[in-house]
Write a protein that binds this ligand. Structure first.
Ligand code: AMP
Length: 174
């Protein structure tokens, strides 16, 4: 059933947000529709079932929206990757470039570790900077990133090339 839903019809374009020249992909119509939201989680789960994933990790805030339900669906743990100063235990950090700014992400030092097979997920692949930082964090602990998954890929920004040869899966490509 989930595969029959055309997810694209639930993504709204907002021009010039958060600043001029950015065409923002607004996923709130998809999130507010239970069939479409469930279908997106179904489609991710189908792609990664049987791949030996132990953990799903995602960067705040919109990565959490997809990462947490997918972790429950796939019966694996979830790791939050957070903005600086939010995590209470010892952390490691990576800096990254956004389509509109520079930022830093942190994760607990004990979140991953050697032998763990991690699936990274986010709502939008733009330049790929955020996901690269997430991958650095995971790999610096000795864990393996099996793939990076996105609801939406903005193909014209070339983010995929910054992530390959690591597998990149997108449910919708523009
Ligand atoms: P990037 O690091 O350039 O791949 O940017 C990806 C992150 O920024 C994702 O977490 C998205 O939530 C957000 N983002 C970047 N560009 C857009 C856009 N055009 N529409 C919606 N979200 C975006």
């Amino acid at each position: 059933m989930g595969a029959a839903v055309d997810l694209r019809t639930y993504v709204r374009d907002i021009p010039d947000f958060p600043k001029p020249g950015i065409l923002f992909k607004d996923i709130t119509p998809l999130l507010s529709n239970p069939e479409a939201f469930a279908a997106s989680i179904d489609q991710f789960a189908q792609r990664f079932q049987g791949r030996g994933v132990n953990l799903i990790a995602a960067a705040e805030a919109r990565g959490f929206i997809f990462g947490a339900p997918l972790a429950i669906r796939m019966n694996v743990g979830f790791v939050p990757i957070r903005k600086p100063g939010k995590l209470p235990f010892a952390t490691i950090a990576a800096e990254y470039q956004l389509e509109y700014g520079v930022d830093k992400l942190e994760v607990h030092t004990d979140a991953f570790g050697p032998g763990r097979r991690v699936l990274l997920i986010d709502d939008v692949l733009a330049t790929g900077g955020t996901m690269r930082a997430c991958r650095e964090l995971v790999e610096s602990t000795g864990a393996t990133v099996i793939a990076s998954a996105f609801l939406i890929e903005l193909g014209f920004l070339g983010g995929r090339a910054r992530l390959e040869p690591c597998e990149v899966v997108s449910l919708i490509t523009y």
